[in-house]
Design a protein around this ligand. Sequence first.
Ligand code: ZN
Ligand code: FE
Length: 253
Amino acid sequence: LTIEQIPVLGDNFIYLVHDSESGETAAVDPAVAGPVIDALAQHGWTLSHILNTHHHGDHTGANLELKEVTGCTIVGAGVDAARIPGIDVRIGEGDGISIGTHQARVFDVPGHTSGHIAYWFEQDKALFSGDTLFSMGCGRLFEGTAEQMWTSLLKLRALPDDTLVYCAHEYTNANADFALSVEPANADLKRRAAEVVALREQGKPTVPSNLGEEKRVNPFLRADHGDLLHAAGLQGQDAIPAFAEIRRRKDNF
Ligand code: ZN
Ligand code: FE
């Protein structure tokens, strides 16, 4: 599986996922069509699928145009079908979707939106997490509760440490600032934050990130971790109220 990252709209990422054997190519969360069409032409690839993580316009904006131009199949969350333009295949928790011989498993991860899904290509160690899990962050709770988002994040946290997290936004620098405000003494976090600053100074993306590292540095994956609870003044709190409090602090940061 070849994964091509296309930065668009300032801080969005579109991904092209290509299987050379079958020639199938998926676009994950195409916000805009032009850069996708250009990248396809550059590689000589033909678009076979769109994989949407959720209905927001900066993830589905090019669905209809790309479908018209390429005849691709649009895959998205069945529970949110009414809000996903041009949806052909309705999927949800436990379903699989294949790009050539590469299978992705689908997780329901509500919280940012009610119908958010994530795609995990197990053999390729790639997770497309949309706006649920960011590097050092998580999505805002627009349509869900803290309990839903925490449960969603626990599903993703359960994946192997060597998973690469392909999230949909370059928010890492701002996320690092917040994470450091919560856990200023976390050595792994300080190291990653410095690395992120250096990458951004060189104009390089900080995504994908490594899930094992996210477990050590992302405050939203650590709402049940003693070190974070202690640093945040939330000792003895259960994970869900602690997560809700951390999320609130980020909203006001
Ligand atoms: Zn979104
Ligand atoms: Fe988004």
